[in-house]
Design a protein around this ligand. Structure first.
Ligand code: TRP
Ligand code: SF4
Length: 328
């Protein structure tokens, strides 16, 4: 056994990634790959829990997602990239863990309640959707993950994973370490309408979106709503453009914005143009990289298939231990 910590995280392939993903999850993954054994996967079965009616987007989203991972700096030689549905052990372990997971734990999960309230246009009182955190537990413990980098909204799922692991250990002995959530310290990124950036709100700036369309979105972005006219002083702390400056611009520029926004020394148009000086080239770089990767689909497929094989080997070994522990 090596002492290198194991890190596992996944994303659901339900559409394009946006710059919120880049500065949240992906930047963190890139750092983690240097000192951990990392597995980053496409949670395509999880995508089905809410998108069972529209499965056509999954495959394309998945390919683009992997291209974005690599464009953002994930090194497939260091981190194993794979597809959940291509490693059947996830399903087997999901089933076995389901035998010991109380329904009450799942019904109490905040995201289960929240998403069922948010999504009202389709049936979600579904067995698979209720079991979402059980599958997520299988995803991570299959690789004996020590740490799971996630956003705050996912922490209850990892807590649940820890409880399931404890219950498993109690009945069958210790096979899995208890995974710890690794809270991604993400800078705040809001969308063009001032709400949290999210593809479901339609307010996202996609990763590697063309500089032209990035420019249009930024120029149209909501700023401090109290700053109605050019001569009104503004409050950068409530403005999405300022958050983006903090990510993209140097300290001097951030200070310049902070001061001149409050005194109405600059207008929002000046402020946005300044932001684009850094943001637009950054988007262009990402776009070039993702397009170069997508232009060679066979290479990308091969790389993911290699990842699938690596993941399967580890997963199969864990399942041998699980079956032995459960006397199956
Ligand atoms: N539930 C996660 C999300 O929606 C995706 C996911 C599935 C995941 N399995 C995982 C994340 C395992 C971390 C570890 O973001
Ligand atoms: Fe936002 Fe900049 Fe306008 Fe201030 S000047 S409200 S920070 S866009």
């Amino acid at each position: 056994m090596s002492n290198i910590p194991v890190v596992v995280s996944g994303m659901r392939p339900t559409g394009r990634l946006h710059i919120g993903h880049l500065h949240g999850a992906l930047a963190n993954w890139v750092k983690l790959q240097a000192e951990n054994t990392c597995y980053f996967f496409s949670a395509d079965w999880h995508a089905l829990t809410t998108n069972y009616h529209d499965t056509g987007v999954i495959k394309t989203s998945e390919r683009e997602m992997f291209a974005d991972f690599i464009a953002a700096g994930i090194d497939p030689e260091r981190a194993t990239l794979f597809v959940q549905s291509q490693v059947k052990e996830h399903a087997e372990l999901f089933l076995l863990l389901g035998m010991i997971t109380p329904v009450g734990w799942l019904e109490r999960s905040p995201s289960y309640k929240e998403i069922r309230e948010q999504i009202t246009d389709r049936e979600l009182a579904l067995y698979g959707f209720l079991g979402y955190p059980v599958l997520q537990t299988a995803d991570v413990v299959l690789y004996k993950a020590n740490r799971v980098p996630v956003g705050v909204d996912q922490v209850p799922h990892i807590e649940l994973a820890r409880e399931i692991v404890r219950k498993f250990s109690h009945h069958y002995g210790e096979v899995f370490p208890e995974p710890l959530p690794l809270l991604t310290e993400a800078p705040k990124v809001v969308g063009t309408d001032g709400r949290k950036m999210s593809k479901s709100y339609g307010n996202a700036i996609d990763l590697g979106e063309s500089p032209d369309s990035t420019r249009k979105k930024i120029m149209g972005m909501v700023t401090d709503p109290a700053r109605k006219r050019r001569q009104d002083p503004g409050n950068p702390e409530v403005c999405g453009i300022f958050y983006l400056h903090k990510i993209y611009s140097d300290a001097e520029t951030v200070k310049w914005v902070d001061e001149n926004c409050r005194t109405a020394g600059i207008g929002c148009v000046d402020c946005k143009k300044k932001l684009l000086e850094k943001l637009a080239p950054d988007q262009e770089r990402l776009r070039d990289r993702r397009e170069a990767i997508l232009a060679r689909p066979e290479d990308l497929d091969e790389l993911v298939q290699l990842g699938n094989r690596k993941a399967r080997t580890v997963a199969a070994r864990t399942m041998d231990e699980v079956r032995a522990a459960m006397k199956l």
